[in-house]
Design a protein. Structure first.
Lengths: 211, 402
C-alpha cells in the first residue's frame, strides 16, 4: 500500500499564530505523519520563517503574497490563493501527478482547493473552525457576504465537511443547507488519534486508504 | 513542429458585453486566429440574454457566472469574479484532457485566473496589457491604485511574453513594471474595415441633416468625456475654428465633464454649433464617422487610439494630438494631421487645415485608408499573434514543464 498523500491548507501555522487554528493544524499534521501519512502543509509566510521546512516530518511550504499593497483581508486572501495553487501544483507534479486529498481549514484557501479539484481532480475536505456568520455577529455587508459566498462554495464543492461539534454541524446545515450525511463531527480531542480524520480522508474519491 | 495550436483567452468582456476596448479587441483577435487555424476558447463574464456556451465565428465562447452579490468596491469584485472564472476555466481545460497549449490573459482584470491556470496546468501564460493603472491615473496615489498596479506587475512577471498595442505602450509598460526588453512584443490593435464598406453605397444626406446644416462641416469627437481624452481642448478650440469656417461640432460619448463642457459652450454663446449625442450604437457611429469632414482625437494620454483608426477606416480625415499611440498611428501630412498636445490653437490650426483644403483632405483620407488596410488589418495581427504563440511554445518545449 502506498502512503497516503495529504496537503493541508491553513492561513495560520506555527510560528505564525493568529488564533486557535495554528496549533490545532500543527497537532493534526504531526499525528498524521506518525500514522505514515505523507503530509504537506501550505500556509502563509511572513518572513519569520523560510519558504520550506520539514520539522517533525511535516513538509511545510510557506507562500508570500505577490501583491504587497492591500485594501483589506479579502483582497489579500484572494491574491494569495494563486501562490497556494502554485505550490500545491508543484507537489502534485513532483509526486508524478498524484495527491490524494486536500484538507482546507477555514475559508481563506477554498478558492485554491476548488480550482485544484476542478482542474486536477484532487478532492478536498473542508474543516470548519468557525463561520463568518458567527465571527461577524450576523453582519451582512458586501464584505461579509463575499466571505460567506466563499464558505458556501467550499461546502458545496467539498467531498466532506469536518466540524468540531454537533452545534457547528447544525449551524452548517442551518446556514448553508449542507446535507447532514456530508458532515462529520470530530472533536479536537478525538482528532488527535487521527483515526476518524483518516476515515474521512479515505472516504473521499481520491483516498487510497481503503485500497 | 506541432499541429493546431489551442489557446484559452481570458477576458472580462466579450460581445455582447461591451464596456471598453478589450471586448472588440478579443472578439476580432479570436475570430481572426480561428480563421488562421488556431483553436480558440474564450472564457468571459456572463451577460443578460447571452448563452453560457456558444460558437461565434469558429470561436468557442464560455460565459461564466461572474460574482453578482454587492461588492465592497470594483477591485474586490474583480478578484471575486476571478475565483469563479478560474474555477470554470479549470473545469473546461480538464474536460479537454488538459490539452490547451497557451493561456492568454487580457489586462489585470483576469490576472488571478490566468496565473492560477498557468501553474495548475503548467502551460505558458501570455498577457496583453491594454492600459495601466499608473497611466490611467497619471501616477499612483492611493493604496487601492497601488494594489491594482502591483497586480498588473504580478501578471507581467508571470507572463512568458507581454503584448502591447503600440511602441509607446511597450516603453511605458517596460518602465512601469521594470521588465526586461525581450519580454515585450508590439502587435498593433486592429480595425475591421468591412462594417464601414457595407454602407459605402448608402445615401447619407438625410442622416447627416439630423446633425448639421448642409453648409456646415462636421467636426467629430468620439470618446469618454473625461480629462485624459482632451475633449476640453477641442471645446476651447471652437471659437478659433469658427473664425475660419462654418462647422458643427458633434461630440459622441458620456463622462463626468459633460456638464462643465456644456456650461462653457453656453457661456460662449455657441450652443447652436455643438451637438452632444451621448452614447450611440455602432451602426449610427459608423454612419456619423463616414459623414464627418474631420475626426478629432485630442487625447492627453492614449495607450493606442483605436478611435483614430476607426475614423481612418471610415475615410474621415483625422487630426490627432501628438501623444501616446496616436503618434504612431498617424504620419503627419501623410495619413493625418498631428498637433501639439493640450494646445487649442494648434488643434484649431489642424482642423482648419483639413477643412479649408479639400485636395489635402482627400490626400490624407486615401493614404490613411490604405495604411489601415495594410498595417492594421486583423488577419495580419492574427498571424503576428500566432507567430508569438509558436515561438513561446518552441521555448516552452525545452523547459522542464513540457
Amino acid at each position: 500500500m502506498k502512503a497516503m498523500l495529504v496537503v493541508i491548507f491553513s492561513w495560520e501555522y506555527p510560528p505564525r499564530i493568529v488564533g486557535q487554528l495554528a496549533s490545532y493544524v500543527k497537532d493534526l499534521a504531526v499525528h498524521l505523519v506518525k500514522n505514515d501519512v505523507k503530509t504537506y502543509v501550505v500556509t502563509y509566510h511572513d518572513f519569520l520563517t523560510g519558504q520550506y521546512d520539514e520539522e517533525g516530518g511535516v513538509r511545510t511550504y510557506r507562500v508570500t503574497n505577490p501583491v504587497r499593497t492591500h485594501i483589506g483581508v479579502l483582497t489579500w486572501v484572494l491574491t494569495l490563493n494563486q501562490n497556494v495553487e502554485r505550490v500545491t501544483a508543484n507537489i502534485y507534479y513532483d509526486a508524478v501527478k498524484r495527491l490524494d486529498v486536500i484538507d482546507v481549514h477555514d475559508w481563506h484557501f477554498i478558492p485554491a482547493a476548488v480550482t485544484l479539484k476542478k482542474g486536477l481532480n484532487i478532492p478536498f475536505v473542508y474543516s470548519v473552525e468557525s463561520l463568518e456568520e458567527h465571527r461577524s455577529h450576523g453582519a451582512n455587508s458586501p464584505f461579509n457576504m463575499a466571505i460567506k459566498s466563499i464558505e458556501w462554495l467550499g461546502m458545496f464543492e467539498a467531498a466532506k465537511l469536518v466540524v468540531k461539534s454537533d452545534w457547528m454541524r447544525d449551524e452548517a446545515y442551518r446556514l448553508y443547507k449542507v446535507p447532514l450525511e456530508k458532515v462529520k463531527v470530530i472533536s479536537p480531542e478525538v482528532a488527535k488519534s487521527t483515526k476518524s480524520v483518516l476515515e474521512v480522508y479515505g472516504s473521499t474519491v481520491g483516498g487510497t486508504l481503503s485500497k | 513542429m506541432m499541429g493546431e495550436i489551442s489557446v484559452m483567452m481570458l477576458t472580462w468582456e466579450f460581445p455582447p458585453r461591451i464596456i471598453g476596448g478589450i471586448s472588440p479587441h478579443v472578439y476580432n483577435l479570436s475570430r481572426s486566429l480561428a480563421k488562421n487555424g488556431t483553436k480558440v476558447y474564450v472564457v468571459t463574464c456572463d451577460f443578460p440574454g447571452a448563452p453560457a456556451h456558444e460558437v461565434v465565428d469558429g470561436v468557442e465562447v464560455f460565459r461564466i457566472d461572474s460574482y453578482k452579490n454587492p461588492s465592497p468596491d470594483f477591485a474586490t469584485w474583480v478578484y471575486l469574479m476571478n475565483v469563479n472564472m478560474q474555477k470554470e476555466a479549470a473545469a473546461i481545460v480538464n474536460s479537454l484532457d488538459r490539452k490547451i497549449d497557451i493561456i492568454h490573459a487580457h489586462d489585470w482584470l483576469v490576472a488571478n485566473a490566468g496565473i492560477g491556470l498557468k501553474h495548475v496546468f503548467r502551460k505558458p501564460l501570455i498577457a496583453t496589457i491594454h492600459s495601466t493603472e499608473i497611466g490611467r491615473r497619471n501616477g499612483i496615489h492611493f493604496d487601492y491604485e497601488r494594489m491594482i498596479h502591483e497586480t498588473e506587475a504580478w501578471l507581467t512577471y508571470e507572463a512568458w511574453k507581454v503584448i502591447c498595442c503600440s511602441n509607446y505602450m511597450v516603453s511605458h509598460v517596460q518602465w512601469a513594471f521594470g521588465l526586461p526588453p525581450d519580454k515585450l512584443v508590439m502587435i498593433p490593435n486592429g480595425v475591421a474595415t468591412e462594417p464601414y464598406a457595407k454602407t459605402d453605397s448608402e445615401d447619407l444626406r438625410s442622416f447627416r441633416s439630423k446633425f448639421a446644416m448642409p453648409e456646415e462641416k462636421i467636426i467629430l469627437f468620439v470618446g469618454r468625456l473625461v480629462y485624459e481624452k482632451g475633449v476640453q481642448v477641442l471645446v476651447n478650440a471652437i471659437p478659433k475654428v469658427l473664425e475660419k469656417t462654418n462647422a458643427k461640432f458633434v461630440i459622441v460619448g458620456n463622462g463626468y465633464m459633460k456638464e462643465q463642457l456644456t456650461g462653457i459652450i453656453k457661456g460662449l454663446g455657441l450652443g447652436h454649433k455643438v451637438v452632444f449625442t451621448g452614447f450611440i450604437d455602432d451602426e449610427t457611429l459608423r454612419r456619423l464617422q463616414k459623414c464627418a469632414d474631420v475626426s478629432v482625437v485630442p487625447s492627453l494620454f492614449e495607450p493606442f487610439g483605436i478611435v483614430a483608426l476607426e475614423a481612418m477606416a471610415a475615410k474621415s480625415p483625422v487630426v490627432v494630438s501628438d501623444s501616446g499611440g496616436l503618434s504612431e498611428i498617424v504620419e503627419h501630412d501623410v495619413t493625418g494631421v498631428k498637433v501639439y498636445v493640450n494646445h487649442p490653437d494648434s488643434l484649431a490650426w489642424g482642423i482648419t487645415r483639413v477643412l479649408l483644403d479639400s485636395g489635402y483632405a482627400n490626400w490624407i483620407r486615401s493614404n490613411a485608408y490604405a495604411r489601415v488596410q495594410e498595417k492594421y488589418n486583423w488577419n495580419r495581427i492574427a498571424q503576428q499573434t500566432k507567430s508569438i504563440y509558436q515561438s513561446v511554445l518552441g521555448e516552452y518545449s525545452k523547459s522542464f514543464w513540457a
